[in-house]
Each structure stands twice: as C-alpha cells, then as structure tokens.
Design a protein around this ligand. Structure first.
Ligand code: ADP
Length: 162
C-alpha cells in the first residue's frame, strides 16, 4: 500500500492545544502529517507566516512523522503537489460544518482522488480557537490552558509589541 500522507491546513495564528490535539491523533493514523500554514488574504494575522511555521515546528518537534510548511496556493492543488492523499479538518461545533462541507465538496470536484477527513475536536478544546487565544493574551489573561507551553512567551511578547 502507498504511504498515507495527510495535509492538515489552517491559519494557526497561533497554534493552540486544540490544533495540537488533532495533529497528535492524526499522526497515529497516518504515516506522515504535513501541517500547512495557509495564507488567508481576508485576515490580518498577528504572526507572520514564517513565525507561525516556527512556532508549530517547536511544538511538534518530538513527533517524528510531522512536518511543517506554508503555502499561498489552493489547498487541493498543494495537497496533490506534496503527494498527500488526505486533507484533515478539525470540527469543533456545527458552526464549523457548513463552510467545511461546502469546501470539501468543491475540492472533491477539483481533485477527486483527494479525500477530506473530519476529526472531531476533543471535548476539552471545543471552545478553543486562535481568536480566543489572541483576545485573552491582549487583555493579559492567562493562556496557559490554551496553547503549548513552548510558545506562551512568544505570544505574550507579540501582543505587547503591538
Ligand atoms: P482557528 O483560527 O479558528 O483556530 P485555524 O484556521 O487555525 O482555526 O484552524 C485549522 C484547523 O484546525 C481547522 O480544520 C479547524 O477546524 C481546526 N481547529 C481549530 N481549533 C480547533 C480545536 N480547538 N479543536 C479541533 N480542531 C480545531
């Protein structure tokens, strides 16, 4: 059987424990996970693309089969280029569903051989988003329960610079 490579895309601005939970679980199912920081032209990010990649790399450094990269292209095209046969999406609540369902169907039309798989968020993290983290950090609330330990200080430094 061919190597099962899954692409896990997102903005990761910054990576949260919710994202990390999906990455860890997916890494047990697939031979290789490529976490891909996608450029989203409709958002002004807190961290640059390079910074987001580096924060994720630091967080996943102990997972042997996880790679991190970025792309400003179309997700399915990129998946094909890197040899991924699966796109992983995390689902937190029904509110995530409509858009993700629509995207999965559109992507299937463009690249029929690439499957989108949805993983449900761990119940511990269903409330968690990068937006929540940025908002808490900006108002000096603790983010210890929300993001990997290795990157807490980077987030605090960044919001204090702005
Ligand atoms: P956000 O900015 O909303 O945190 P991203 O664009 O960085 O989201 O999310 C990347 C992927 O991770 C998406 O598939 C999203 O549904 C998923 N995701 C985000 N937060 C969580 C969470 N707490 N638990 C599970 N999946 C999540």
């Amino acid at each position: 059987m061919s190597t099962r490579i899954a692409l896990y895309p997102g903005s990761f601005d910054p990576i949260t424990l919710g994202h990390l939970n999906i990455i860890r679980r997916a890494a047990r199912v697939f031979d290789k996970i490529i976490v891909c920081v996608m450029v989203n032209s409709s958002k002004t990010p807190l961290f640059t693309l390079e910074e987001r990649v580096e924060l994720i790399e630091r967080t996943v450094s102990r997972l042997g089969n996880v790679e991190v990269e970025s792309s400003d292209g179309l997700l399915v095209k990129h998946a094909k280029e890197v040899g991924a046969n699966v796109i992983i999406k995390g689902l937190r609540a029904v509110s995530d569903f409509d858009w993700e369902f629509q995207m999965a169907l559109a992507n299937k039309v463009i690249e029929p051989e690439i499957e989108t798989l949805f993983m449900t968020s761990s119940s511990k993290y269903t409330y968690l988003s990068s937006t929540v983290v940025r908002e808490m950090a900006r108002h000096d609330a603790s983010i210890d329960e929300f993001v990997p330990r290795e990157i807490i200080q980077d987030i605090l430094n960044k919001v204090n610079q702005k």
